[in-house]
Design a protein around this ligand. Sequence first.
Ligand code: ATP
Length: 201
Amino acid sequence: MGERLGVLGGTFDPIHCGHVLLAQSVREQLDLDRILFIPAADPPHKRSADLTAADHRWAMVELAITGLAGLEPSSLEIDRGGTSYTIDTLRQLAVQHEDADLHLIIGADNICDLSTWHDPEAILSIARVVAGARRQAGISTHERFADRIMQLDTPLFEVSSTLVRQRLRDHQSIRYLVPPTVEAYIFDQRLYGVSDKGRIS
Ligand code: ATP
């Protein structure tokens, strides 16, 4: 039996504690060997003009999960470049890790979007799709693929990258929403329009 490998793709602009909690909880519940955090080069559903440079998003992912057992960054989508379709990533992983049992991890808010993704049938045939709870969004009965998605009870932590960016713009604290190393990086690199004055300590 091959490795039980989790895949958590995202824009990670920036990575926050909700991402890490989701991954740790899924890893424990499904006894996964590893979860790869894969920042998108160019996510299909977001405006690329608004995106923070990939090297910064990558650096923050590395800082957030370094030293956490079983969580690893992967630059597969950044290295591939172009629009980051999940199906292409899964196909690449299936070749690189021939025997792996692939688990694609998504937040529950993404369940309803699966049918809008590129080739959902192929995604479901290559990987088990696992959804963590978010905003108590249960699987909509309208979702075509609902019965093929495994839904797990993971801690609800109401944070999004949008909220983090908004709070920074409004000069509000992001403490406890992102790992301390990520907070320091954001201020050191002056990302999201922050100035050093916004630092709490
Ligand atoms: P944005 O606010 O910019 O849209 P986001 O916070 O949703 O970003 P993404 O990088 O797009 O972050 O998310 C990657 C994955 O993590 C998605 O599957 C998303 O559903 C999931 N996710 C994001 N935030 C949470 C959270 N607080 N709890 C559980 N899952 C989450």
